[in-house]
Design a protein around this ligand. Structure first.
Ligand SMILES: [Zn+2]
Ligand SMILES: [Zn+2]
Length: 207
C-alpha cells in the first residue's frame, strides 16, 4: 500500500520535473470536431431562439428572457442571445475538458473512458475538481530512452531494448539521482555513471 503510494509520488515528481506544459499546446489536444460541433450548435441555438422570439412577438406567445420586453424586440433578442451564449459556453467548456482528458489519458497509457467518466461525475458536483484531480495524478508521458531512443514508460526502471538504467540510484543511500549528478544530492557520495553510448564519443583526432 505504502509502496504504491511512494511509486505514485515518484511518478508525480518525475512528471513535474520533465514536462513543461504549455497551455497553447494542451489546447490542441481537444478534438477539432468537438470544437466545431459546439460552435455550430451554439450559433444554431441563438438563431432558433431569436426566430422563436420574433414569431412570438407577432403572435403573442411567451417572450424570453422576460415578457416585459415585448415592446422592444431588439432588446429581447439580445437578452436571449446572451443567455444562450452563456449557457452554451459553460457546456462547451465542460465538453472540451472531457475531450482533453480522454485524449490526454490515452496518450499517457491511462484508461481514457474511465477517467473521462470520473471527471464528468465529479464535475456534476464541483465544476473543475475532476480536472484538477486528473491533472495532479496523471501518469507521465512516455519518453525516449537517452541511450537508444526507444519509447519507454515512466514506470520502467530499465530500457527494455538496451538495458539502460532509466532511474539511476545512489549506491550509498539508494535514493534516485539525476543522470548528470556528479554527487548524490542526499548524502554527497561521488557518483560514477555508466559511460555514454559510443555514438556520443567525439571522433578521434589522431593523425
Ligand atoms: Zn534504450
Ligand atoms: Zn546518496
Amino acid at each position: 500500500m505504502s509502496d504504491a503510494f511512494n511509486e505514485r509520488l515518484r511518478l508525480i515528481r518525475f512528471r513535474r520535473k520533465r514536462e513543461r506544459i504549455r497551455f497553447r499546446d494542451e489546447l490542441r489536444i481537444i478534438p477539432k470536431w468537438l470544437v466545431w460541433t459546439c460552435i455550430t450548435l451554439s450559433v444554431l441555438a441563438v438563431i432558433i431562439g431569436i426566430a422563436i422570439n420574433l414569431v412570438n412577438i407577432k403572435t403573442g406567445g411567451p417572450i424570453f428572457p422576460d415578457d416585459s420586453l415585448r415592446g422592444q424586440p431588439l432588446l429581447s433578442c439580445l437578452g436571449l442571445a446572451g443567455v444562450i451564449i452563456a449557457v452554451s459556453f459553460f457546456v462547451s467548456v465542460l465538453l472540451f475538458i472531457l475531450g482533453y482528458v480522454y485524449r490526454d489519458a490515452k496518450r499517457r497509457g491511462m484508461h481514457p473512458g474511465l477517467w473521462t467518466l470520473l471527471v464528468l461525475i465529479l464535475s456534476a458536483g464541483y465544476v473543475f475538481i475532476g480536472l484538477i484531480i486528473y491533472l495532479l495524478i496523471r501518469e507521465p508521458l512516455p519518453y525516449t530512452c537517452p541511450q537508444c531512443a526507444t519509447t519507454v514508460s515512466a514506470r520502467f526502471n530499465f530500457c527494455p531494448n538496451c538495458k539502460y538504467n532509466l532511474h539511476p540510484a545512489c549506491p550509498q543511500c539508494q535514493r534516485e539521482v539525476a543522470d548528470d549528478d556528479k554527487f548524490c544530492p542526499y548524502c554527497a557520495t561521488e557518483l560514477h555513471h555508466a559511460p555514454k553510448p559510443p555514438t556520443e564519443i567525439a571522433p578521434t583526432s589522431n593523425p
